[in-house]
Design a protein around this ligand. Structure first.
Ligand SMILES: [Zn+2]
Length: 64
């Protein structure tokens, strides 16, 4: 049985990178669409991207 190099993605679907969404904290699993931008992806969805301010300043719109 040939050995694969460590770190090589050899068709094993068991391993996919994941990280928490910066807004909702939901675990995002790597998607092929994010292959080139994975390091920049911070939000699980467009909705969270738009709500990114809500994560840092929750309910501070009273003084407006
Ligand atoms: Zn999210």
């Amino acid at each position: 049985m040939p050995r694969k190099r460590n770190g090589e993605f050899a068709g094993n679907k068991a391993y996919l990178p994941s990280k928490p969404c910066a807004v909702c904290g939901r675990t995002m699993t790597w998607r092929r669409a994010w292959a080139k931008t994975w390091d920049e992806v911070r939000y699980c969805s467009e909705r969270c991207r738009r709500n990114k301010h809500a994560a840092t300043t929750p309910e501070t719109s009273r003084d407006v």
